[in-house]
Design a protein around this ligand. Structure first.
Ligand SMILES: [Mn+2]
Length: 408
């Protein structure tokens, strides 16, 4: 039997500023190829023998078979294609359901496809907590319970009618779930952080809104770094009971970073030019002012919404991070370091509405949710997310224009 070959599984192919790039997220390399070489490579998109591949390109390209054989040999030596083992076997159908019943697809499919607006991903990581762990279970928990708040319909893209807003929301918005950043065992501040950064970078570069489900709050660090690689200059809006910084000198971030100090690194990052913190109420040693940081402590924002609206910089995109402990523990108790004096559900929605009205949100995360036996906390978190996403998407057209501007 003739050997079958196909494009290597981990390879991602995408258009980038009118050239075609191949990327191997597993091995971390990138390669630009001429258009005709890409066509030759695509002959192996589905398993094919060299002869069949040659026949499929011979109609468009006037090359002889020996020339094509040499190209195939170079593809093989560069590991762009690989022999298919066990040809004819089918994969098991993927029965997993994503956030809000979105289909779970691979990052590769998400990046190669067109028109995705929102990509959910999970970062089941809680090695950086100072107190109670458990946030690693939040992504699978939210996938399970979020369908009771909103069910995505990929056939009709009809969204849903919201009786409170009195209108259809999320209509024609394409969402997907690319699963979790995964590892058999996570290492502390290890390579899984690098994978998350790379993933956020790739998604934002393709104008897809990454919506990451943590995880403890330290996962925001790679998320912001990834977004900053795309936009070069960004702001951060943080809803949190804790400021998560101590203005410490950080020597080796992999050694020292945890969920209560990761903002130190982001404050130092030159690409982060504005930080707005809302809901801060933790007692600390002393007041720590910093030129980049504007704090609206406790629930003070509720009286200062218009001030914040004016203050947010319309020239830069913002990354939004929601620590669920911004909410009052009597509202949401499923969190690792709860503090009294937080927002109600309606107040959270009000604040988020103002933020999305005045800031261009290019990525977001929800962190520090520690699921217990109850599904109520998950429904609450899902409700916040869907309100937030519908608000962000309402400004999508405006966003797209600004996105492409800031992508140059
Ligand atoms: Mn936090």
């Amino acid at each position: 039997m003739k050997e079958l070959y196909k494009i290597k599984d981990s390879l991602v192919l995408f258009d980038e500023q009118s050239s075609l790039t191949l990327w191997d997220p597993k091995e971390g390399w990138e390669l630009k190829l001429e258009a005709h070489m890409i066509d030759f490579l695509k002959a192996f998109a589905i398993p094919a023998t060299k002869e069949a591949a040659y026949r499929s390109i011979a109609t468009s390209y006037n090359v002889n078979e020996q020339f094509f054989e040499d190209i195939v040999a170079s593809f093989l030596s560069q590991k762009l294609i690989e022999p298919v083992s066990g040809a004819g076997k089918t994969n098991k159908p993927n029965l997993q359901i994503g956030m809000f019943r979105t289909p779970i697809i691979s990052l590769k499919e998400c990046l190669m496809g067109e028109g995705t607006n929102i990509a959910f991903l999970g970062m089941p990581y809680d090695l950086n907590v100072t107190y109670r762990p458990g946030a690693r279970f939040a992504p699978s928990y939210l996938r399970k319970v979020s369908g009771s708040v909103f069910q995505y319909d990929s056939d009709t893209l009809k969204g849903a009618y919201d009786p409170v807003k009195g209108k259809q929301i999320l209509q024609n918005i394409r969402m997907t779930d690319i699963g979790d950043i995964s590892s058999v065992v996570f290492s502390r501040n290890g390579t899984q952080f690098d994978s998350l950064e790379e993933t956020i970078y790739r998604l934002t570069k393709k104008n897809i809104l990454p919506t990451t489900i943590g995880g403890d709050h330290s996962i925001t660090l790679p998320c912001v770094k990834g977004a900053a690689r795309t936009y070069h200059k960004i702001g951060i809006i943080q809803l949190d009971a804790h400021s998560d910084f101590g203005l410490n000198q950080v020597e080796d971030w992999r050694e020292t970073t945890h969920h209560g100090n990761f903002m130190d690194l982001l404050i130092e990052d030159e690409r982060v030019v504005d930080i707005v913190q809302i809901g801060i109420r933790q007692l600390v040693e002393g007041y720590l002012p910093h030129a980049k940081v504007k704090q609206y402590p406790g629930k003070s924002i509720l009286l200062l919404l218009s001030e914040m609206e004016d203050r947010l910089n319309s020239e830069i995109p913002y990354y939004l991070t929601i620590d669920v402990d911004a909410m009052d523990p009597t509202v949401l108790s499923a969190t690792g370091t709860p503090l009294p004096g937080g927002f109600t559900y309606e107040e959270m929605n009000e604040v988020l509405k103002t933020i999305t009205k005045s800031a261009r949100i290019i990525g977001l995360d929800m962190v520090e949710l520690l699921p217990g036996d109850s599904e109520v906390d998950g429904v609450l978190a899902s409700g916040l997310l869907i309100n937030l996403l519908s608000n962000v998407m309402e400004r999508l057209d405006e966003h797209c224009t600004s996105y492409s501007k800031s992508l140059t």
